[in-house]
Design a protein around this ligand. Structure first.
Ligand SMILES: [Fe+2]
Ligand SMILES: [Fe+2]
Length: 178
């Protein structure tokens, strides 16, 4: 498998979740209440899978490698835009988690805030994924040697392996401190 095919496979799962988030927004509006367990599943997916697994592969491995190269300014600019999208997604998830706490504490505005933040992600991800798949990944191949491409797949796999241990280490620590 090519390195970008792996990233594109991950996009398909993110897209599936984005579709479910969209459905969830409609459900919240209909019932005028938040399903906390569903919000927890969504934020865990976005934090662990979209951010720490997928976007970290892009930022810490792919973008990093490309930034070391003699790439055109316009391409370097695209990397900045993609990183800013990732940052926006991370900040949005932090806001949802904080609004969730306020919702539990009885804040009336939190329901609307959660809807707005979820909508922002539903809007962001399809555009972001299209940008990466239509232009960015394919152009990346021009700047990488085949050795670098296969090395990148090894680095992706290593990141996946480490992530599962880190994730459950954190679960144990959280439970211990709760
Ligand atoms: Fe990305
Ligand atoms: Fe991506």
């Amino acid at each position: 498998m090519n390195f970008y095919e792996q990233l594109m496979d991950e996009h398909r799962l993110i897209e599936h979740m984005v579709h479910l988030i969209d459905e969830q927004v409609k459900m919240i509006e209909e019932k005028n209440e938040i399903n906390l367990a569903v919000i927890d599943l969504i934020t865990d997916f976005l934090k662990t899978y979209a951010s720490s697994c997928h976007e970290r592969k892009e930022e810490a491995i792919l973008f990093k490698k490309l930034e070391e190269k003699d790439i055109p300014d316009s391409y370097r600019e695209t990397i900045k835009v993609l990183k800013a999208d990732h940052e926006f997604a991370r900040e949005t998830v932090v806001k949802i988690i904080s609004e969730r706490e306020d919702y539990i504490a009885g804040s009336k505005e939190s329901l609307m805030e959660i809807i707005n933040q979820l909508r922002a992600l539903v809007k962001l991800y399809p555009k972001h994924i299209k940008k990466e798949e239509d232009e960015f990944y394919k152009q990346a191949v021009d700047y990488l040697t085949s050795n670098e491409e296969s090395g990148m797949i090894d680095d992706f796999n290593k990141l996946d392996q480490e992530l599962i241990h880190k994730k459950y280490q954190q679960v144990v620590e959280r439970l211990e401190n709760s």
